[in-house]
Design a protein around this ligand. Structure first.
Ligand code: ZN
Ligand code: ZN
Ligand code: ZN
Length: 387
């Protein structure tokens, strides 16, 4: 992915240091994956058993919180990658094979500190740090600082918008191709190739769920042959220049029945209600409630079996979650899906999903900082009929 300027990463580290202090943590420990990309713009060539760790100590409050005291612990054989990367400005401590890397890291940490650590940190390293510092303790970063990456900067929103536009172009092309007579897996392979042709370096999912398979929200494309009369749910996305796309449309092979059209209309109205709920003062659960109310009022409440949405950024699923009980206020720059659905077992399913950014500023084609959510997907919401 194209790196941002070093100042962007330094700002993010300072914000993490301040949030860690406010949460009573000793700091944030970042391991390879999306957190390391977020705070350092660095992706090691492989996430191996060798420890790579970025330690961001909590701001101590003694000097205006303006220092960036982060330090990276890296395997000596990879230290060069870090130096020549577009990062810099932070101290790196290299350790050599045969050294106890956890003891090396421990010398830079508070021995009795409670640390937030990346969700996907290897147990090998969490246990190693615990052994090196028996009085220390650890919590998953999305448990204690769930909103650390949630509000996106205009530069990040621009990447998400570009990824969304790529996914929309994929939809526009796929519906011109034949569905009837082809297996779900063949259409899925087309979606994969199209995502890659529209700027995606990574494809995370290309679900194609025909007929009764559409009633399973996480059905993987299989050898079911698509037929005239099928509803087909397509949910696809991945990463383009490091940022995620995730969109769902439900199409019909040939003319739909009145009953199928009705279910699609209800989901479409529920999706619009969820987007409309993105207003100043709203919380994440308000989005879920708004979509759910439309579906319940139409009598399909028992068949909307998942939360309404999830955040998206450097990954295709992350906080914040649009779910009952999530009382986090929606902040400017939060990007998340709004994806209600109705799943009728043995019959078919309908889901419609767009990525929405809250109160964006600096997004091409939008008024500056509107008091609403702005869709980053613009594929048609009416049911598209395919052949
Ligand atoms: Zn049908
Ligand atoms: Zn999706
Ligand atoms: Zn989604």
């Amino acid at each position: 992915m194209t790196p941002f300027s070093p100042a962007v990463y330094a700002d993010r580290r300072r914000r993490a240091a301040a949030q860690a202090a406010a949460a009573g943590l000793a700091g944030v420990l970042v391991t390879p994956g999306p957190d390391l990309r977020y705070f350092l713009g660095y992706t090691p060539s492989a996430d191996t058993e060798r420890l790579t760790l970025l330690a961001i100590p909590a701001a101590d409050g003694d000097h205006d919180g303006d220092g960036d005291q982060a330090v990276a612990v890296v395997p000596r054989l990879e230290a060069h990658d870090l130096e020549v990367g577009a990062v810099g400005g932070i101290e790196a401590v290299a350790w050599s094979d045969g050294e106890d890397e956890h003891a090396v890291a421990a010398r830079l940490l508070r021995p009795d500190g409670r640390y937030a650590i990346s969700d996907a940190a290897w147990a090998l390293h969490v246990l190693g740090l615990q052994r090196a510092m028996p009085a220390s303790s650890y919590a998953a970063v999305t448990t204690v600082l769930p909103m650390l990456r949630a509000a996106k900067s205009p530069e990040e929103v621009a990447r998400l918008a570009a990824a969304g536009a790529g996914a929309d172009a994929v939809f526009e092309q796929i519906v011109t191709r034949r569905f009837a007579g082809r297996a779900e897996s063949e259409v899925s392979a087309d979606l994969d190739a199209l995502l890659r042709s529209h700027g995606h370096e990574q494809v995370d999912f290309t679900l194609v769920c025909a007929g009764e398979n559409g009633a399973d929200p996480h059905h993987e494309a299989g050898n079911r042959v698509i037929r005239e009369g099928d509803m087909v749910v397509m949910d696809f996305g991945g990463l383009a220049d490091g940022y995620g796309s995730d969109t769902t449309r439900t199409v019909h092979v040939g003319a739909p029945t009145a009953g199928e059209q009705e279910v699609h209309d209800v989901v479409r109205a529920a999706q619009q209600a969820g987007v409309d709920a993105v207003r100043p003062g709203a919380t994440c659960q308000d989005v879920d409630r708004a979509s759910r109310a439309v579906i319940a009022d139409a009598g399909f409440g028992d068949w909307f079996v998942h939360r309404t949405g999830h955040g998206i950024g450097l990954t295709t699923h992350e906080p914040p979650y649009m779910v009952e009980g999530e009382e986090t206020p929606i902040e400017a720059g939060m990007c998340f899906s709004v994806e209600p659905g109705i799943y009728l077992p043995g019959e078919f399913g309908v889901r419609i999903e767009d990525i929405v950014v809250a109160f964006p500023s600096g997004v091409p084609g939008t008024a500056d900082a509107p008091d609403s959510g702005v869709r980053l997907n613009t594929s048609p919401h009416e049911m598209v009929v395919v052949e």
